[in-house]
Design a protein around this ligand. Structure first.
Ligand code: HSE
Length: 441
């Protein structure tokens, strides 16, 4: 490894004892970034790298061929490796591998949100039992420091609420719909051309990627393993360009939000869905592929973290930050970072959606007849849904339909669903197109 030249790297180069020996699992986008970043430092050495295909032509031609192996197991069981860096992706295989590494007394740094969201409690316990650390800053929001700030700097707070824009693909799509009036399909195509969206964009656009990440932030906040499968998850594919315009007229932007709210009675409200964000709130200003996490703590008040949530070097930055926490500890004679052992006590199930309380935006198409708005108001009133705004945008001359938007006060979701059913049953209602919740900081 070359000598550090960047003056900001003094911390990482301060201890020039025996280099800490790393086994890198995966040399895709993030692994390549980690290799590039670690090349700046003398106090770590990458002893082995596990790859899928050892013969593949690589961007990094300087990697010595003899440190590459196709056997992940041989890296994990190598007694001359102190720290495993898992950046392979996947679920069951990396889970098993992380388990073996921890059981073998090796520290693990991972970027794997799926493994941490699903198996965090078991793996954290295993790490503590074996006196090693499992660090995972890169698993949530790529380069943005949020895991460690929640676990350390904000640890004295009761975290009351988190609202995260945790998926860059969907934020890029919504930004382009907002800026250029594109519909969802064209904005998605553009995101794919720009390399932000995958060929199969389902996990991103349907909210599953964000659900995994908020499951992790929620677990840190409530100190319990969160059942990710129980998180209500809606994506952005049904949002129309018209919703973005209507929301803007009402003073809101639309963003995909991953939400955590601590309840009074140990109940947690965790969900992922698009929301109307007041334009006065900083989350409404997050554009393109960027991520942001707004946190409300009972002592600190509101804080917000912003930056790149994915990509080679941003994600590597988080991985390498975790690596250096361990490197400093090991080179100072500590065997682990005792303060960063982490135990989740029990499980948390998100509040059922029908028990949540929200304000709503409803866009519907009706016949153009006298009394329609009165009937909609009646259906709402009968179910305890109080309106704060009603907006109608002329009449479509071809279909003779009216587009009407309703905004409600806070109401329990069960009541809202009953009111929607009643509105849908009215003979003058042609279609309820969109129902969105409104973010209230
Ligand atoms: N695909 C994710 C995104 C990044 O679009 O933000 C990795 O979690």
């Amino acid at each position: 490894m070359t000598t550090a030249t960047n003056p900001q790297t003094h911390l990482a180069t301060a201890h020039k004892q025996t280099p800490v020996r790393i086994g890198l699992l995966g040399l895709g986008t993030v692994g390549t970034g980690v290799y590039k970043m670690l090349s700046r430092f003398e106090n770590v050495t990458i002893r082995k790298i596990a790859v899928k295909d050892i013969t593949k032509q690589r961007q990094l031609t300087e990697i010595p061929q003899d440190i590459l192996t196709e056997s992940v197991e041989s890296v994990v069981s190598d007694p001359d490796i102190d720290l495993i860096v898992e950046v392979m992706g996947g679920k069951e295989f990396p889970y098993q591998i992380i388990k073996s590494a921890l059981a073998a007394g090796k520290h693990v740094v991972t970027a794997n949100k799926v493994v941490i969201a699903n198996y965090g409690d078991e793996l954290f316990q295993l790490a503590s039992q074996n006196g090693v650390n499992l660090l995972f800053e890169a698993a949530v929001a790529g380069g943005i420091p949020i895991v460690l700030p929640l676990r350390t700097s904000l640890a004295g707070n009761r975290i009351q609420q988190i609202a995260g824009i945790l998926n860059g693909t969907t934020n890029y799509i919504l930004t382009r719909m907002e800026q250029a009036g594109l519909d969802f399909t064209d904005a998605l195509k553009e995101a794919q051309q720009m390399g932000f969206a995958e060929a199969d964009p389902t996990a991103d656009v349907e909210g599953h990627d964000a659900a995994c990440k908020i499951a992790i932030l929620s677990a840190i906040s409530c100190q319990k393993q969160v059942d990710q499968a129980a998180i209500h998850t809606e994506g952005i594919s049904s949002i129309g360009a018209i919703d973005i315009d209507m929301a803007r007229e009402l003073g809101y932007a639309i963003r995909l939000i991953a939400l955590y709210k601590a309840g009074e009675d140990q109940r947690v409200d965790i969900r992922v869905h698009p929301m109307l964000i007041p334009v006065s709130h900083p989350l409404s200003k997050i554009m393109f592929e960027n991520n942001a996490i707004w946190v409300k703590g009972d002592a600190v008040g509101d804080v917000m973290f912003y930056g790149k949530g994915a990509g080679e070097l941003p994600t590597a930055s988080a991985v390498v930050g975790d690596i250096f926490l361990l490197v400093h500890a090991l080179q100072n004679g500590q065997t682990s970072l005792a303060g960063l052992h982490f135990n989740l006590e029990g499980k948390a199930s998100p509040l059922p959606m029908h028990d949540t309380v929200n304000a709503y935006y409803i866009r519907l198409e009706t016949q153009d007849e006298a009394g329609v708005i009165g009937q909609l108001g009646k259906a709402c009133g009968e179910h305890g849904v109080s309106l704060t705004a009603v907006m109608q945008k002329g009449i479509d001359p071809q279909t003779q339909s009216a587009t009407i938007v309703l905004l409600t006060h806070d109401v329990q979701e069960a009541n809202l669903q009953a009111a929607l059913k009643a509105m849908q049953a009215q003979s003058t209602t042609r279609k309820i197109h969109t129902v969105l919740r409104v973010f209230q900081p």
